[in-house]
Write a protein that binds this ligand. Structure first.
Ligand SMILES: [Zn+2]
Length: 507
C-alpha cells in the first residue's frame, strides 16, 4: 500500500511541474483560426471520422549552447515521445521518429528562440526535415508574447514548428501534447483570456462582460447555454466555457466556484482538457470535436507534406529482460581505445540508444544510436577511467522501452595498435610475446629496405633500426634490456607502405 501511495505522489509531482503561472506562448492567429474552421467543415461535411491509424512523422531538434553543452537528455525525448503516443493513441494518432535527432549549437536559439537570429536558424533547420513535424527543444523561452508567467512551449504558424523547453521532456507534463493540439489547429478553450485571466473582482460574478480583449482583438466570451459555442472562444461546442481559470487555480484540478456566466448560468468547465491551463489532473483528455479537428487537420491539404504513407515499426518490445553480454559489471577492459559494448538482441527492436558516462558523472551521458545490431565499439574513452552504461531498445514507432544495464567498467590501461590485419600475411612478427632478443619478421614478398621504430604506448620512441626485409623469414636482434614489460607499437616503414604491429614484451 505504501508503495502505491508513493507512486501516486510521484505521478502528481510530475504533473505539478506545470505549476501556477506556467503558460503556453502560442499566438492563435488568423491562419490557425481559418484552418480550424476548414477542419470543422471537413469533419461535418465530408465525414472524415474514419477509423484508420494516422502516422505522423516527428523530428526533434536538440538545441545546445554554442559550445555544444546543455543538450536535452536523449532518453527523456524517447520517454516524451512514448507519452505523446499514449496521450494520442485513444484516437489513433501515432507519432514516429523521422530521421533521428539533430543538433543545433546556438546560444541564441538555446535561450531566445523568438529572436531574429533564432528564427533564421529555425527556418533553415526545418527545411531539412520538411516532411515531419519539427520540434525544437530549447532551454529557455522568454515570456514576451504570452503575458505573465513562465512559457513552457509554443507553436508558431509562421514557421509551422513547435518550440518546447527541455525541462518539459520525459515527465508527461502535457506540454508537448498540448502544443501538438495547436499544431493541429486547436485553440485554447479560453481563447481570448490569455493575457487577462478571469478575476471575479474585475470581470464580475456573474460575469458582466460579453467580449474580452487579447492582442488588440475582441473575442466573444462563450456562454454555458451553448448558444454561441460555435463562434466563441475555441469555436468547439463540446469544450465548455473556460475563462482561463486554470492559470490561477491552486493545482487541484478543480474550478473554485460557483462562477456564473453573463446569463447567470453556473459554469461547469472542463479542467482536464489538454488545451486548458489546469494542472494536477491525473489524466487529461481531448474532446471528440477536438479530436475530429486534429484528425481533419492531418488529412487537410495543408498537411499533405507529413502524410508519407509510411507505417512505423510499432512492435511490442520485450526488453524487461534486456541482457548485457560484455563488459561484465565491474570488469576492466583490455584496451581503453577499443572497447566493445555488447548486449543481447531485444526482440522487436531495431534501434538502440546507448548512454555512456563517466561513473562519477552519470548525468553527463554521451549517446550513441545503434541500428540493426546489438553492439557498439568505443574508441574515445580515457584509460583507467570508470564508466557506466545503459541500453535502451526502441524503434521508430515505439519508444516506450525501459533502459537496462547500468553496468560499470574500467577502461584498460593500454591502447590497441591500429592493426592492419589485412596485411598480416605481408608482414608478421613472432614470437609475440617477445621473451628474448630474437625477433623474426615473416614476409610473403620482398619488402626491401625498412626503417623500424618502436614506440611505447605513451608515444615515447624506444628504438630506431634499419634492415632489409627479404621474402621469407628475417631475423634480427632487439636489445630490450631497457624495455619494461608491456605492449609496444612497431612502425615499419618500407618503400611502399607503412605497417603497424603491436608486440608484447615479457622478459
Ligand atoms: Zn497553448
Amino acid at each position: 500500500m505504501m508503495k502505491n501511495i508513493f507512486f501516486i505522489v510521484m505521478m502528481l509531482s510530475g504533473f505539478l511541474s506545470i505549476g501556477q503561472n506556467d503558460v503556453c506562448g502560442t499566438i492563435y492567429d488568423k491562419s490557425m483560426e481559418d484552418r480550424l474552421i476548414e477542419n470543422k467543415k471537413a469533419f461535418f461535411e465530408l465525414d472524415n471520422r474514419d477509423d484508420d491509424w494516422e502516422y505522423i512523422p516527428v523530428h526533434f531538434h536538440i538545441v545546445t549552447k554554442s559550445d555544444g553543452t546543455g543538450a536535452a537528455e536523449q532518453y527523456k525525448i524517447l520517454n516524451e515521445l512514448c507519452f505523446m503516443n499514449k496521450n494520442y493513441e485513444g484516437f489513433k494518432m501515432k507519432f514516429y521518429l523521422s530521421e533521428g535527432f539533430s543538433f543545433i549549437a546556438s546560444d541564441k536559439l538555446y535561450s531566445e528562440p523568438g529572436s531574429a537570429i533564432s528564427s533564421a536558424k529555425i527556418k533553415a533547420n526545418k527545411k531539412k526535415y520538411k516532411n515531419a513535424v519539427n520540434i525544437f527543444i530549447v532551454n529557455e523561452i522568454p515570456s514576451i508574447n504570452a503575458g505573465p508567467g513562465r512559457t513552457l512551449g509554443y507553436y508558431t504558424s509562421k514557421y509551422d514548428v513547435l518550440i518546447v523547453r527541455k525541462d518539459q521532456f520525459g515527465i508527461n507534463s502535457k506540454t508537448l501534447s498540448h502544443e501538438l493540439g495547436h499544431y493541429f489547429s486547436l485553440a485554447h478553450p479560453f481563447n481570448g483570456w490569455e493575457e487577462d485571466p478571469y478575476d471575479a473582482q474585475k470581470h464580475g460574478n456573474p460575469l458582466k462582460i460579453k467580449t474580452i480583449k487579447y492582442a488588440g482583438k475582441n473575442y466573444l466570451i462563450e456562454f454555458m447555454n451553448k448558444s454561441n459555442c460555435d463562434i466563441a472562444a475555441d469555436k468547439l461546442c463540446d469544450t465548455p466555457p473556460d475563462y482561463n481559470f486554470g492559470i490561477t487555480d491552486d493545482g487541484d484540478c478543480k474550478l473554485n466556484g460557483p462562477i456564473l456566466d453573463y446569463n447567470k448560468d453556473t459554469i461547469v468547465t472542463m479542467e482536464n482538457n489538454y488545451m486548458s491551463y489546469f494542472f494536477g489532473c491525473i489524466q487529461f483528455t481531448f474532446t471528440p470535436m477536438q479530436i475530429s479537428a486534429m484528425r481533419a487537420d492531418f488529412k487537410s491539404n495543408k498537411r499533405s507534406h507529413i502524410r508519407s504513407g509510411y507505417v512505423p515499426k510499432v512492435a511490442k518490445l520485450d526488453n524487461d529482460n534486456g541482457k548485457i553480454v560484455e563488459p561484465k559489471n565491474n570488469a576492466t577492459t583490455q584496451y581503453y581505445d577499443d572497447v566493445t559494448l555488447d548486449w543481447e538482441d531485444v526482440p522487436g527492436a531495431n534501434l538502440y540508444l546507448v548512454r555512456v558516462s563517466l561513473k562519477s558523472q552519470s548525468f553527463n551521458g554521451i549517446y550513441y544510436w545503434v541500428e540493426g545490431e546489438s553492439k557498439l565499439v568505443l574508441n574515445n574513452l580515457v584509460k583507467n577511467k570508470r564508466y557506466k552504461w545503459y541500453v535502451r531498445a526502441f524503434n521508430d514507432g515505439n519508444t516506450c522501452g525501459k533502459e537496462f544495464g547500468g553496468y560499470s567498467f574500467k577502461a584498460g590501461a593500454f591502447a590497441s595498435a591500429t592493426i592492419d590485419t589485412d596485411n598480416y600475411s605481408e608482414l608478421s612478427i613472432y614470437p609475440n610475446p617477445i621473451k628474448n632478443d630474437q625477433i623474426y619478421f615473416k614476409t610473403n614478398k620482398e619488402l626491401g629496405n625498412a626503417e623500424i621504430k618502436v614506440y611505447s604506448l605513451d608515444g615515447k620512441i624506444m628504438d630506431k633500426l634499419s634492415l632489409t626485409l627479404k621474402k621469407g623469414v628475417n631475423r634480427f636482434n632487439l636489445t630490450h634490456s631497457n624495455y619494461q614489460n608491456g605492449i609496444y607499437n612497431m612502425i615499419i616503414n618500407t618503400k611502399d607502405k607503412q605497417y603497424i604491429r603491436k608486440v608484447l614484451i615479457e622478459k
